[in-house]
Write a protein that binds this ligand. Structure first.
Ligand code: CAA
Length: 283
């Protein structure tokens, strides 16, 4: 199936990055969020990030102008009804995602491919609540989306081959690379990354090292671009905790037990960069 128009649900850090890369690749993007303020902020951020790419000679000013012209916004979910592909990138909470799909599905044309950018939740379960499990897939981008090369493709139990092939081709058109994962909790990237981040929080909790020594050790000792605690702040500590809970519940193994310190930070509202406070203080 040919994809030209793409609906993106959620204008947060993942949603605006996804809108950005689709617009640069020439797709018509309709970005939706319940908050007008979030949509305005997302457009301003996409403009800034595209400008950053222009200033570093990654794209021309013409590509930036064309990309901005490809993006429209709406607060009405029903406006996504005619899109060829819809990508849900809302909060990482299953009830929120299911409520969105229930509102959206009656408006969709039959051939629309429906996807979720979930970083951990069962694709099969999300798909089963829609009218099109065979046209439903996990479509997982990495943050920051304009920079990261990988997109995880996750097939639910009912996903059909044409849907998989269409999304595989879309990833190539974006200039990115896909890795295909089976539908198990947190798929590939977060199955491996989150226990590492959680272990870094345990390392802090048990007093093995300070925030800066843990991050320096991993940056300089293993050539990671960011230390695990800095990366946790970047991703959002609430998202990290939500993914650890999905691993713990879904795989029923104590090795995935979220560190109590991670839980405490989330309870305090210290969610990382987005709240200006996490393992680091950004105020
Ligand atoms: N939009 C566009 N370009 C951006 C950008 C954005 N939002 N953020 C950074 N860039 C570009 C910069 O323009 C720069 O481009 P050039 O190399 O062409 O000059 C490049 O990215 C590097 O940026 P900076 O020089 O500003 O900063 P840096 O060298 O410190 O790199 C980083 C920043 C790319 C974020 C790097 O630290 C990094 O790769 N960190 C790890 C990120 C990571 O692991 N992401 C995955 C998280 S897990 C996930 O997303 C899955 C999940 O479900 C939780």
């Amino acid at each position: 199936m040919a994809v030209q128009s793409v609906g993106v649900i959620g204008a947060g850090q993942m949603g605006n990055g996804i809108a950005h890369v689709f617009a640069v690749a020439g797709y018509d993007v309709l970005l939706t969020d319940i908050s007008r303020d979030a949509l305005d902020k997302a457009i301003a951020l996409i403009d800034r990030n595209l400008e950053r790419q222009v200033s570093r000679d990654k794209i021309t000013p013409e590509v930036k102008a064309t990309a901005m012209g490809h993006i429209r916004t709406t607060q009405t979910l029903a406006d996504l009804g005619q899109c060829d592909l819809v990508i849900e990138a809302a909060t990482e909470r299953e009830t929120v995602k299911q409520a969105i799909f229930e509102d959206l599905v009656p408006h969709l044309k039959p051939e629309t491919i429906l996807t979720s950018n979930t970083s951990s939740i069962s694709i099969t379960r999300l798909a089963s609540r829609t009218d099109r499990p065979e046209k439903f897939m996990g479509f997982h981008f990495m943050n920051p989306v304009p920079v990261m090369q990988l997109v995880e493709l996750i097939r639910g139990i009912a996903t059909d081959e044409p849907t998989y092939k269409t999304l595989h081709a879309v990833v190539e058109k974006l200039g990115k690379t896909s890795a295909t994962a089976e539908d198990f909790p947190a798929f590939i990237v977060n199955r491996i990354l989150m226990p590492m981040i959680n272990e870094a929080v345990y390392t802090l909790y048990e007093g093995v090292g300070s925030v800066s020594s843990i991050d320096s050790a991993m940056k300089l000792g293993t050539n990671h671009p960011m230390g695990p605690l800095e990366l946790a702040d970047f991703i959002g500590l609430d998202t990290c905790l939500a993914i650890m809970n999905v691993l713990h519940d879904g795989l029923a193994d104590t090795k995935y037990r979220p560190c109590p310190l991670l839980t405490k930070y989330v309870e305090a509202g210290w969610l990382g960069r987005k709240t200006d406070r996490g393992f680091y203080d950004y105020r």
